[in-house]
Design a protein around this ligand. Structure first.
Ligand SMILES: Cc1ncc(COP(=O)(O)O)c(C=O)c1O
Length: 393
């Protein structure tokens, strides 16, 4: 049987692969602690669940407009007005089945074979594959932990060619937890304007920021609203990963192109989840702050414990719920014969030996690291980090 060649261009999501392996061990009765998957461990707030039930009782069980209901798109515009002071209209919003779907729609709408898209590494696993499946070439610009994983503007500028059509930004960043400084976002915006690039700004972790860091959206900078597509959703801020609602907010032309595609691929996002999302965006916001505070406490604990492990370093994540420790001293010692994907060997070794599940850094383009999600209870984190430390004794 012939499978289309474009599928060869991509690999299955690494976070999901580790989850499956951990599930296998769990099914065999092993006490595996999973810090691999990127979802809040909190329950979706009650008021949101109630809104979904109400929607069903009221008969909101049919298709909606392919772009999402006007009420939801208006609620998204109102939220953007509150946190960015920017005006958007519902025709500039496309609601999809999660932010991952939004990003796929965008790649399909913007990237042609031969186009290049700049991706900052360590990057969220999905960006390069989505670009590749559209025939584009992800051009990776690395960041380093000694720079707090902030992009070097000169390196970004050097990566631009005549084929570059867009740049993907993700602040706060999964997996590093970096929150881009204002001057960095301003510098990136200058590059985008100078080279006429679209900026895809994945802001799904914008509500999970620690200390006195602030979220700077490129869309809010002078001359940038018309070339920035904000990608956001309810998964992380409202503990709604399974509801599958995400959206893009940006120039009407791009939104209309992606909407045309969506109308032929999935008709519309889930109607009941759309009603719940209206409640999430317009209802009480206390739970967002409470979750953020818990993540910050866990972040402090995790970074302290990781930094105590000899041979491991961990820069402080300023947002998200991930720590990204550098384990290269140990992975080089333990797997000297392995040339690439040492972090994968390391993650498998930790899973089999210590029954803790982490994601190998190679999935994010950074083989010296592993990613640990601290969206887990303090008890689990204490036990997991004791196992992690013991493994290297
Ligand atoms: C950086 C980033 N963007 C997008 C997504 C996708 O979110 P959703 O669950 O809404 O598809 C994730 C999920 O892990 C993510 O980490």
């Amino acid at each position: 049987m012939r499978i289309a060649r474009r599928i060869e261009e991509i690999s299955p999501s690494a976070t999901m692969v580790m989850k499956l392996k951990a599930d296998e061990l769990k099914a065999a009765g092993q006490d595996v602690l999973s810090f691999a998957v990127g979802e809040p461990d909190f329950q979706t707030p009650d008021s949101i669940i109630e809104a979904a039930k109400r929607a069903m009782d009221e008969g909101q069980t049919k298709y909606t407009a392919p772009t999402g209901t006007v009420e939801l798109r208006q609620a998204i515009c109102d939220a953007a007005k509150r946190y960015l002071s920017l005006d958007y209209s519902p025709s500039q919003v496309l609601v999809s089945n999660g932010a991952k779907h939004t990003l796929m729609n965008l790649a399909m709408a913007l990237v042609q074979p031969g186009d290049e898209v700049i991706v900052i590494s360590p990057y969220w696993v999905t960006y390069p594959d989505q670009i590749s499946v559209c025939g584009g070439r992800p051009v990776v610009v690395e960041t380093r932990d000694e720079d707090d994983f902030q992009p070097d503007l000169e390196e970004v500028e050097r990566a631009v060619t005549d084929y570059t059509v867009a740049i993907v930004l993700n602040s706060p960043c999964n997996p590093t937890g970096a929150v881009y400084a204002r001057e960095v976002v301003e510098g990136l915006a200058e590059i985008a304007i100078a080279h006429d690039l679209v900026v895809i700004s994945d802001e799904i972790y914008k509500d999970i920021i620690f200390d006195d860091n602030e979220h700077i959206s490129p869309a809010a900078l002078d001359g940038m609203q018309e070339r920035t597509v904000i990608v956001d959703g309810v998964a992380k801020s409202y503990a709604m990963t399974g509801w599958r609602i995400g959206w893009m907010l940006g120039p009407e032309e791009i939104v209309a192109a992606a909407a045309k595609l969506q109308s032929q691929s999935t008709s519309c996002p889930n109607t009941i989840a759309q009603a719940a999302t209206i409640q999430a965006l317009t209802g009480p916001q206390e739970s967002v702050g409470e979750m953020r505070e818990q993540f910050e406490r866990r972040r402090d604990f995790v970074v302290e414990r990781l930094s105590e492990v000899p041979g491991v370093t961990c820069s402080t994540p300023h947002g998200t719920f991930y720590a990204f420790p550098n384990i290269s001293e140990h992975s080089r010692r333990l797997f000297p014969q392995v040339e690439e994907k040492r972090s994968e060997q390391m993650a498998l070794w930790l899973l089999e030996r210590s029954l803790i599940s982490l994601v190998p850094g190679c999935a994010f383009g950074a083989d010296d690291y592993v990613r640990l999600s601290f969206a887990a209870s303090m008890d689990q984190l204490e036990e997991g980090l004791s196992r992690f430390a013991a493994a290297f004794e």
